[in-house]
Write a protein that binds this ligand. Structure first.
Ligand code: SDX
Length: 429
């Protein structure tokens, strides 16, 4: 919706009138697509004030701590839906009927196996390779196996690729875990739910029957739901930009995995647990909080702060409750949770964190739950990638239907050398 125009002036020259667009919720945006014809561009490193696209998938209000997926609040989805329903909602835009859900679930289930040659693809990695490095490789390699769904201009191909990615990511993630610990790969079981199937592939062995604890399966499903999508975060923007050139969906998701790996983004859950282990005890918390506040010290409290949330991350609220349920069910007394709880209490009462609005984010509690489930820290971001794949592919699908779809190509502010002549090396000192 356009409700007014703004004038840009530069050195008393009017650059033109630019529409102000308003969405369903949230901030208005100035449509500056035609600004460039004046030979002047905007400058916004890190895109702090820039909307890269229009989207109907997820809405975040960072000040109010609101997160909606296709209009549905995240806490309601975490409590009343399962992850596969959330996948349907993100991809198709509304909650499925019972029949639609059963059909979708059956379709995903029948795509969970991977081409058998992918198993030998793993052999090229060292056993001590980081699972995220393996995931970058094997997910990108899917485009070498599924040639029949690579025509990005074909809507059916795009849909099949989305099914394959949502279905195969847990299988590939579990294969990474099995490969690095030397156990045989386990096949997906078609009679298990999505999260239960993943945990079975992670922890079952061919030697005996393995029953997944229902509380643990539910916690895993909630973790998948809480990580499913988060509008235009760094990895989703990476997937969109890769897709804007027409790259195939498997390559685009591999690019998203690479971006998510960074400790400032999806790698924060692994970094958060390492930080809690480094702090070690409640007595040491003050020393680390002081380090985090010291401008000259690069140390940051992993799991705190967010580009958008300047209030409590609504996902962290649900994650905190899930964390306590899992530790109670498994009767685990984790000293790291004591450190986490005390750190949260101190940080939330500290002037520095209050003034900078640094609240615990989704990564703060997820690491403790995953550790309690028996998942090694090196697998934490892999699990984030499994969950986020549906968000990434939903944005990729949305982008391909956007009438403004075009290759992304930002401008720059050049501050390099002025033009100068080049002397061949024999003429140089
Ligand atoms: C995710 O975008 C998404 O939606 C991401 C995500 C998703 O679902 O996709 O939500 C997932 O990535 C969650 C964030 C996980 N990352 C961490 O927990 C790493 C620790 N957090 C920080 O690195 C930081 O808060 C970011 C990267 C998350 C946000 O960085 P911004 O928005 O660029 O903010 P900033 O780094 O400029 O920080 C603002 C101020 C700075 O102080 P000043 O320069 O203004 O004096 O707050 C300080 C920072 O020094 N600050 C922190 C801090 N985070 C920010 N100080 C101590 N500890 C921290 N964690």
């Amino acid at each position: 919706m356009t409700n007014k125009l703004v004038n840009f002036n530069c050195n008393d020259e009017t650059l033109g009138e630019f529409p102000v667009l308003e969405g369903t919720y949230g901030y208005k945006v100035i449509d500056i697509q035609s600004l460039g014809k004046n030979g002047i561009y905007t400058y916004d490193p890190g895109f702090l004030s820039t909307a890269s696209c229009e989207s109907k998938i997820t809405y975040i209000d960072g000040n109010k701590g609101i997160l909606l997926h296709r209009g549905y609040p995240i806490d309601e989805l975490a409590k009343k839906a399962n992850y596969l329903e959330v996948c349907y909602i993100l991809i198709y835009g509304q909650a499925p009927s019972k029949e639609e859900y059963e059909s979708f679930k059956n379709t995903i289930t029948r795509h969970t196996m991977v081409h058998q040659q992918i198993a030998s693809f793993f052999q090229g990695f060292r056993r001590d390779a980081h699972p995220m490095a393996i995931m970058c490789g094997v997910v990108g390699a899917l485009s070498a196996f599924y040639h029949d769904s690579l025509d990005v201009s074909n809507e059916k191909h795009r849909e099949v690729a989305a099914f394959r990615l949502v279905a195969k990511m847990p299988t590939l993630a579990a294969m990474c875990f099995k490969y690095t610990n030397g156990q045989p790969f386990m096949f997906p079981q078609n009679d298990l739910g999505y999260a239960e199937n993943f945990l079975h592939m992670m922890f079952a062995t061919p030697c005996e029957k393995y029953e997944v604890n229902p509380t643990v399966a539910k916690a895993m499903d909630v973790i998948f739901t809480l990580h499913a999508d988060h509008e235009q975060n760094a990895s989703t923007t990476t997937v969109r930009l890769a897709g804007s050139s027409g790259a195939n969906p498997f390559a685009c998701i591999a690019a998203g995995i690479a971006s998510l790996w960074g400790p400032a983004h999806g790698g924060a859950n692994e970094a958060c647990l390492k930080m809690l282990e480094q702090i070690g005890s409640v007595e040491n918390i003050k020393e680390y909080v002081d380090k985090a506040k010291d401008k000259n010290d690069p140390f940051r409290l992993m799991g705190f702060g967010h580009r958008v949330y300047k209030n409590y991350d609504p996902r962290a609220t649900v994650m905190r409750e899930t964390c306590h349920n899992v530790l109670k069910e498994l009767n685990i007394k984790d000293p790291l949770l004591d450190v986490a709880m005390e750190l949260e209490k101190i940080a939330l009462s500290d002037e520095y964190f209050i003034e900078k609005k640094l609240y615990p984010n989704v990564d703060f509690y997820s690491g403790i739950i995953l550790k309690a489930i028996g998942i090694p820290t090196s697998m934490f971001t892999v699990i984030f990638a499994v969950a986020r794949t549906v968000g990434w592919i939903s944005h990729w699908l949305e982008m391909h239907k956007d009438p403004l779809f075009r290759i992304g190509r930002p401008r720059q502010l050049y501050t390099g050398e002025s033009k100068r002549d080049f002397s061949p090396i024999h003429e140089r000192e």
